[in-house]
Design a protein around this ligand. Structure first.
Ligand SMILES: *Cc1c(COP(=O)(O)O)cnc(C)c1O
Length: 427
């Protein structure tokens, strides 16, 4: 369910026609719906009623401050993967005590920043990291709240680039290694064992892998309890998929019920780290058609949004529904929708059946709220797009379009020199 619907033929974001937003803010333009974001968060929240729980929105999916602030006001926690994301959460008014710090490569300064701010837990992903967290905590004279991220070795049946719980993925530690590390951590006064975490992948469209993974982690939790190590929380991660096109992922209600069932009898708190499922279908990318062209038998629609704006099709072969903003024509074409970037992988869709469109018209790329702007870049010296958050008939510019000056910020054509080594300094 989302709030990007046609009214009198024209696609709207809530009560505002997308063509009016394009006129006001230019293209390419990311548009998010407050009603959809709120609804998605509340549906998932309700699905866990009756069990102590905390939703920790996965910031990396969409880290715009206005989006984070909306979730913070709903009472959300946050899942972060860098100190920069913690900075964003704090700036948006999020509570550090509801922040889970995940990630396989935390630097000492990131660990220190998280401990200073008082995050809920650091999800540790290796023996060496556990050692570093302990060293940094001692240096700061703090006890670091930790969980181990366990790799439950299940196949999430998703794209290989977003499967993270396979036995040989870089993420987490095996159940066997976790046992050993929990014993180590329990005996370390600089560490406070809080829980256990898992995250098996993204855009998962079946319940089976989640249920299997939770069962494995629960086995570990029981064994640890027998050894006197009691965990206060079990973090089941994120990864629930959304319908981009043909997929039929479980409804968040059904997913929540399955998580609850798999955790029946666990007397701690359950944490969820949903990203895509909250924001994916709450955002669209509006782009203007520049040209039509044909090379050989291949038909192209050249638009002003490129892989620098939305990289998912190039990176994962992701399928985003694309529709005209205006009332769709009856005639159809089969075309590649391509951007201006000088790479052959710069496409939003290939061999896609679309209603006929001409230069100057607007297209709406759906389900672009997750891993859209967040993964964008200024490759080809293309200023990054603007982001707008709509609420009813009100739009707010959540991020202004970048300017040429933004493109070169921090650079100098003749940078000041600094000589290294033993020769005398530049005079
Ligand atoms: C990316 C990520 C998530 C969110 O994944 P989605 O598929 O967007 O729900 C949650 N937890 C961790 C540790 C992640 O890296």
């Amino acid at each position: 369910m989302n709030h990007f619907q046609r009214r009198r033929g024209v696609l709207h974001a809530e009560d505002i026609p997308l063509d009016e937003l394009a006129r006001a803010y230019g293209t390419p333009l990311y548009v998010y719906s407050t009603a959809t974001l709120t609804r998605h968060w509340k549906v998932l929240e309700r699905s866990l009623r009756g069990m102590p729980h905390l939703l920790c929105y996965a910031v990396k999916a969409n880290s715009n401050l206005a989006v984070l602030s909306l979730f913070a006001r709903l009472g959300s926690g946050f899942d972060i993967v860098s100190a920069g994301e913690l900075y964003r959460v704090l700036k948006a008014g999020g509570e550090p005590g509801k922040v889970v710090f995940s990630g396989v490569g935390k630097r000492d300064d990131e660990i220190a920043f998280a401990l200073d701010q008082g995050v809920k837990v650091l999800d540790v992903e290796s023996a060496e990291e556990l050692g570093r967290v302990s060293v940094v905590a001692r240096r700061l004279k703090r006890r670091a709240p930790i969980a181990l991220r366990v790799n439950p070795a299940v196949d999430p049946k998703t794209h290989p680039y977003i499967a993270t719980g396979l036995r040989e993925s870089k993420f987490g530690v095996s159940v066997e290694e976790a046992r050993r590390l929990y014993a180590l951590a329990a005996g370390d006064p600089a560490l406070q064992v809080k829980g256990v975490a898992m995250h098996i992948g993204s855009q998962i469209t079946e319940l089976g892998p989640f249920v299997d993974a939770i069962a494995r982690v629960r086995g570990l939790v029981r064994d640890l309890a027998r050894e006197g190590i009691h965990l206060a929380h079990l973090d089941v991660g994120g990864g629930l998929g959304i319908p981009y096109g043909g997929e039929e992922p479980p409804h968040p209600d059904v997913y929540g019920a399955a998580v609850k069932k798999a955790l029946r009898g666990f007397d701690g708190e359950v944490l969820l780290e949903p990203g895509r499922v909250l924001v994916g279908n709450a955002g669209v990318l509006v782009t203007r058609v520049l040209y039509r062209k044909r090379n050989g038998r291949r038909e192209f629609v050249v638009v002003d949004a490129g892989m620098n704006d939305l990289v998912r099709p190039a990176l994962y072969g992701a399928q985003h529904a694309i529709e005209p903003v205006a009332r769709p024509r009856e005639d159809e074409i089969v075309a590649d929708v391509v951007g201006p970037v000088c790479e052959s992988s710069d496409f939003l869709a290939q061999r896609r059946r679309l209603p006929e469109v001409n230069g100057g018209e607007l297209l709406c790329v759906r389900s672009a709220g997750a891993y859209g702007f967040a993964m964008s870049s200024s490759y080809n010296a293309r200023p990054r797009a603007a982001e707008v958050l709509v609420d009813g008939d009100v739009a707010r510019l959540a991020r202004r379009r970048e300017t040429f000056a933004d493109l070169t910020r921090g650079e100098q054509a003749s940078p000041p020199a600094r000589r290294f080594g033993t020769r005398r300094p530049i005079g």
